[in-house]
Design a protein around this ligand. Structure first.
Ligand code: NIG
Ligand code: FE
Length: 407
């Protein structure tokens, strides 16, 4: 039996070939019209035009003139948590700020309590449901941060849930240890961070529970020096670095990211021109999260200036129970286009090959090219432009991961 499959009659195959995109190249998505794609053992082995197709021993799948894009990559999520924060929604709509709710003991604090109270199985099931929702929106790779435990037991519980999920769900998960996500009331920052470094980090490394460390570097949360303290320890222990910066105020996040050689900085809603130059010089990916701006009623990141400066920009959802309870990546894509002035092709580049770069996987996923993993999405539309321009119901008819159909 042949393990080769050929997908035929693809009206437009968006290859995103040629690597990470900046500036004008963000609009070049490498479209093959009337195309086919061959897969062997989960890897793409041939791409071409229907007129040149030679079928040998492959199983044929007729795509029936639908489009094909690479599997979407979400490089920023707070996947595992207990409870929800629906009760805060009316407060926010009436004007309470994110930080006011946090300082009054709500926000992240209430999710920490719910996450501590939840059993491993409850957390697992809730995250599994979110993963199903992401998959139905075309996501085939998803990053997942801890940070709703803030103690030994629950930070590890969250990370172990991700590890267990990875054994059973068909998409790839990328785990991030984020103990500096909030400071419990009554605790001293360095005492807390020191405890995480001494007690929890060695277990994370020993059990191989995370690839990255992240930190919420923000006014009223953790300052630059405190962030440096914990992230440096993570780096020395072998973790790569991502940092939440400039979500509400610029308090020096870029300098910390550059000093540590971070892979990415994330949010960047108020990042200034000078910081953008530094990010560019240091080859750090900027992950923007426009659905969070939308949901908090806050300004969008200055993406037109980031583009002009030549930054590598990725787009993700920021799925979490507070600032962005969103698993609908197609809606996020529309919000991004409108809010950040991005064309559909720019959006697609930022959710595929550029998002792959934000998790150091651009050699393996993020585009449809010979030798890469066969992660792709089939949509019943004439073009990807239509998905963004029309606020339609989900047009996805199939999702494949490593050549296996998962939706
Ligand atoms: O990325 N900014 C920090 N963390 C999350 C929000 C977490 C929460 O509100 O529970 C974010 O927006
Ligand atoms: Fe976040």
């Amino acid at each position: 039996m042949s393990n080769k499959v050929v997908y035929i009659n693809i009206s437009k195959l968006y290859s995103l070939e040629g690597g990470v995109r900046v500036q004008q190249a963000l609009n070049e998505v490498g479209i093959y019209e009337d195309a086919y794609l061959k897969v062997a053992d989960g890897i793409i082995c041939e791409i071409g035009y229907m007129k040149d197709l030679k079928i040998t021993d492959e199983t044929v799948v007729d795509v029936k003139n639908q489009i094909m894009i690479p599997g979407l990559i979400d490089a920023h999520s707070h996947l595992v948590f207990g409870g929800n924060r629906v009760n805060e929604y009316a407060m926010k709509i009436q004007g309470a700020s994110y930080l006011e709710i946090y300082q009054a003991g709500g926000g992240i604090h209430s999710t920490v309590k719910a996450t501590r109270d939840a059993s491993f199985t409850e957390l697992y099931k809730k995250a599994e449901k979110a993963i199903q929702e992401f998959m139905s929106c075309g996501v085939t790779t998803l990053e997942a941060k801890s940070g709703y435990g803030l103690n030994y037991e629950t930070e590890l519980k969250q990370l172990r849930v991700v590890k267990e999920l990875q054994k059973n769900v068909p998409i790839e998960l990328v785990s991030t240890f984020m103990p500096a996500h909030a400071l419990e009331q009554g605790k001293e920052a360095y005492a807390y961070l020191g405890e995480m470094i001494k007690e929890v980090l060695p277990v994370v490394v020993k059990e191989d529970l995370a690839e990255y460390m992240d930190c919420f570097l923000e006014k009223g949360i953790f300052d630059a020096e405190q962030s440096m303290y914990i992230l440096q320890a993570g780096k020395e222990a072998g973790l790569k670095i991502k940092i939440h910066i400039d979500e509400m105020e610029d308090i020096g996040g870029t300098e910390v990211a550059c000093a540590l050689g971070a892979t990415s900085v994330e949010h960047c809603m108020v990042t200034n021109a000078k910081s953008m130059d530094q990010l560019k010089e240091n080859g750090i990916v900027t992950v923007i999260l426009p659905a969070t701006s939308f949901n908090l009623g806050k300004p969008y990141a200055n993406v037109p200036l980031m583009k002009e400066k030549g930054l590598m920009i990725a787009l993700s959802n920021d799925y979490n129970p507070g600032s962005c309870p969103c698993t609908d990546s197609l809606w996020m894509a529309r919000i991004a286009s409108r809010g950040c002035h991005l064309t559909p092709n720019e959006v697609l580049s930022m959710m595929t090959i550029n998002a792959a770069k934000a998790i150091d996987r651009e050699d393996r996923i993020g585009s449809l090219e010979v030798g890469k993993q066969a992660d792709f999405v089939i949509m019943n539309v004439d073009s990807f432009d239509e998905v963004i321009a029309h606020m339609m119901a989900n047009p996805i008819t199939a999702v494949y991961k490593k050549g296996i159909r998962i939706v």
